[in-house]
Design a protein around this ligand. Sequence first.
Ligand code: NAD
Length: 480
Amino acid sequence: MEQILNYIDGQLLPATSGETLDVFDPSTGKVYAKAPSSNEKDVEIAINAAEKAFPDWSNRSLEERSRYLMSIANKIEEQLEFLAQAESKDNGKPFKLAKRVDIPRASSNFRFFANAITQYASESHEMHDLALNYTLRKPLGVITAISPWNLPLYLFSWKIAPALASGNCVVAKPSEVTPFTAYLLSKICIEVGLPKGVLNILHGFGENVGAPLTKHKTIKAISFTGSTRVGAEIAKTAAPLFKKLSLEMGGKNPNIIFADCDYEQMLKTTIHSSFANQGQICLCGSRIFVERPIYEKFKADFLLKAKKLSVGHPSHDDSKIGAIVSKPHYEKILRYIELAKEEGGTILTGGNAIFPKGYEGGWYIEPTIIEGLNYKCRVNQEEIFGPVVSITPFDTEEEVLKMANSTEYGLSATLWTENLSRGHRMANLIDAGIIWVNCWLIRDLRTPFGGVKNSGVGREGGFQVLDFFTEPKNVCIKYK
Ligand code: NAD
């Protein structure tokens, strides 16, 4: 049994209460690790450690902070295979995916912000003949980063790296469902000699660790990625305490396919954008709208490809779809498939749990395609976050825009068309923070990342997240 520990003030420690929580291997449904079930007392100790570390860390030169981040990036890269195995076991995602995407991206996050901070300049505004203004960018102090289970180390590092780069100290909380690679990151920080207290990682449930963190007077900013429900709770807590907030929340993204698209490219990408990571990526396109002239052809080809996706143990080379992250989430997805039938949908393929030989206790669901649903029904409006998509034909741009923009979410959208004007026109009119035209999930880390409506508040990425993690201070000097 693996023993996961908190990382506080440079040390690996159990929860002060001694309590632990079970960590499951989704591929078997069995407990394989114990993590600390921390509480308010641990939060207090971690925040004190971070507060103590702040004066020294924030006074280090940019180059020095950057070097620490680079060392962490290098270590992650060196341990690629090991970390990918750990991520795959903890989350249920195919090992190949973790090795190709999750872990390299975690390393890139540290590398990117190690570089970005050395290029981050502040502004000056001259008032001719009168005065010069310059704006300092000061680190905030102690901040918290709270992350979900779907891309564990990838999203955890996406927050921690810019916060540390800009001189803050961090108390971070990974998801209790997937704590393992965050624990391994603690060990990497110890290996590279990161000064104690600069980064603290606490494990435990949202209500016992996340909630006290967001309420704590010392915490100056909250960077949260997770569900819209929890994001709303955090916003309610943080508002009267005047904390800076960045919320990256749920999505119900449209994938809009016009008849004039590059069909083969679209089909290949749509399989990924529908089912990658078992559909558990906030950017997956779960509502597929297809222009009527190619609807039947698309349906036949898409079904054929989806049926060929082999569902199996995440470590197997030929598994394209691994296990669903947890039992409650698996049950939620299956309930939505039932709801789709009640709402008048036809399951074209999939729709069932499956039990691969030797791993019958694991949580596996077939890639599922549904048609015949009204765009306003719950299955088309609520986030399912699993290997489940609906397909719907459309006739005009106006009609598909109405359907695409009908949800309370606005994270991302994908458009497929070879008509340049239409691409620009639609990109402009879709309510989403991120639009991909003729592609999906191409990520340039310099670009603003985040959603509109109930998908998000604020943007991460590039210099924008460095703006978030710093406080501007304007200095005005009068010319004599
Ligand atoms: P979740 O909201 O249940 O949990 C996210 C984190 O918040 C966890 O660490 C959890 O322990 C913590 N938490 C729970 N209650 C809390 C509270 N009261 N106060 C503070 N923290 C608390 O989300 P999840 O199920 O882990 O992740 C799936 C969700 O994340 C989906 O909705 C998905 O769309 C979203 N997501 C969004 C993005 C994005 O970039 N917009 C990226 C990935 C995932």
